[in-house]
Design a protein around this ligand. Structure first.
Ligand code: FAD
Ligand code: UDP
Length: 395
């Protein structure tokens, strides 16, 4: 790595997930010479997909489904892949039944007596006219007793234990924006997302990334922790690469606390133990994802054939997700998958951000670098906007 002459690159991008790869491609399109570095052995970040020995294509870092209302983001991705329509549907195991999640009128009818279901549906439609979905918190705090009791039931059966497993703390301690990612649906729409655009790349995300980074102005370096060579001189607000001041553009998409050597303390994240299992059978379950909001230690099981639409007989692969604490001292062993956003942590993040803002040629983008619970479409959108900012030299 020492032999790489960084001075000849207009930009150094750290991390080859969506944040870094979109930035690298956009800068390359604008004539810049870019080097993109990732500490993993592959590009794609958490979107990476690979083929297992049995031929099944799996998402190595958990199931990733593209959904957005942002047409510009979708149009951008279409430059690098064809897409097929895929509307994600999830079931949840409640009282030994598999019912649609988000909880909807079908779930209600499956779990309540006919009379109770009719009464609850009528109360919901009367109290939330014209609304297609509603927050579980609005239901459980509602003044109507029927709705409040229904809200408390769904909260207990769907949210309380899943959230405690996922975040390692009681549901009351988790930011409401996290819980509100999954609403209660006032109707029979059984899709997990209601975005207007829901598609998957024809040959998977890794193929899309290969095309995105296939540009004569982009050099890819893998298996390299960039922080071994990239240091910040926080006295003079300079970036040092191999001990020399680097005056080009540096875009960082990793964990920002690591970049500043945990100067303001570690930012908390949640991690996952991802356990894959292969079976010699056509299918393991009836649809792509089944959530386990209650007794089980894992939160969900994904069966990849439903996502990839691969037509392989007598073979299937599933993934169980076991949430885990992330400890920065174990960073080599676990990945920081989820930023834990709340006021205290956001304030700590802002200390890091204020510091980075003083370095005029250093930019942060992405789920880890911005410490936001972003879906991929938001990351792509942020990365596209950052490139305009860099072009206009507006930091
Ligand atoms: P990442 O993909 O994490 O990329 C960052 C890269 O930087 C990594 O490859 C890392 O190795 C590299 N890196 C970090 N530090 C260094 C360093 N020091 N040196 C070199 N390289 C470094 N979004 C959706 O839209 N739909 C979904 O269904 C969905 N499901 C998800 C499921 C799970 C389990 C998780 C965890 C996330 C999910 N997301 C989903 C979110 C999505 O993964 C992210 O929004 C997106 O991948 C973030 O891209 P990124 O480039 O910011 O980060
Ligand atoms: N959630 C829940 N029960 C479910 C699904 C989700 O309690 O069956 C809550 C939980 O707190 C979770 C959050 O909603 O962390 C967001 O869920 P989402 O499916 O968006 O999580 P992700 O796919 O990002 O892991």
């Amino acid at each position: 790595m020492k032999e790489l002459n960084f001075e000849k690159y207009d930009a150094v991008v750290i991390g080859a997930g969506f944040a870094g790869s979109v930035v690298a491609r956009q800068l390359a399109n604008r004539g810049k010479n870019v080097v993109i570095i990732d500490k993993r052995s592959h590009i794609g970040g958490n979107m990476y997909e690979m083929y297992k020995k049995n031929g099944i294509r799996v998402h190595l870092y958990g199931p990733h489904i593209f959904h957005t209302n942002n047409q510009q983001v979708f149009d951008y991705l279409k430059e690098f892949s064809e897409f097929y329509k895929y509307e994600h549907k999830v079931l949840g195991k409640i009282d030994e039944k598999l019912v649609p999640i988000p909880f909807n009128f079908t779930s209600l009818e499956m779990l309540f007596s006919e009379n109770d279901a009719v009464e609850i549906k009528n109360a919901l439609l009367e109290n939330f006219p014209k609304k297609k979905k509603v927050s579980i918190l609005d239901l459980k705090n509602h003044q109507s007793l029927i709705i409040k009791k229904f809200g408390e039931y769904v909260f207990e059966k769907v949210f309380v234990h899943y959230t405690a497993k996922q975040w390692g703390v009681p549901v009351e301690c988790v930011d409401t924006s996290v819980i509100n990612r999954v609403p209660v649906v006032l109707g029979y729409d059984d899709r997990y997302f209601d975005d207007s655009i829901q598609f998957m790349p024809l040959n998977g995300f890794t193929d899309l990334f290969e095309r995105m980074l296939d540009h004569s102005n982009i050099k890819i370096v893998l298996n390299k922790n960039a922080l071994d060579i990239v240091k910040l001189d926080i006295v003079n607000n300079n970036i040092l690469i191999n001990d020399k001041v680097y005056s080009g553009t540096c875009v960082f998409t990793g964990a920002v606390d690591e970049l500043l050597n945990f100067k303001y303390g570690a930012l908390p994240y949640r991690s996952l133990n991802l356990v894959f299992e292969d079976y010699d059978t056509d299918f393991y379950q009836t649809n792509s994802v089944v959530n386990y909001p209650n007794e089980e230690e894992f939160t969900r099981i994904t069966e990849f054939k439903y996502l990839t639409k691969q037509n392989l007989q007598n073979k299937t692969t599933i993934l169980k997700e076991y949430p885990l604490k992330f400890d920065e001292r174990m960073a080599q062993k676990r990945d920081p998958y989820y930023p834990i956003t709340n006021q205290e942590n956001n304030e700590k993040y802002n200390l890091y951000k204020d510091h980075i803002d003083k370095i005029s040629n250093l930019y942060l983008v992405g789920r880890l670098a911005e410490y936001k619970y972003y879906n991929m479409d938001s990351v792509i959108d942020q990365a596209l906007m950052l490139c305009d900012q860099i072009e206009n030299n507006k930091k």
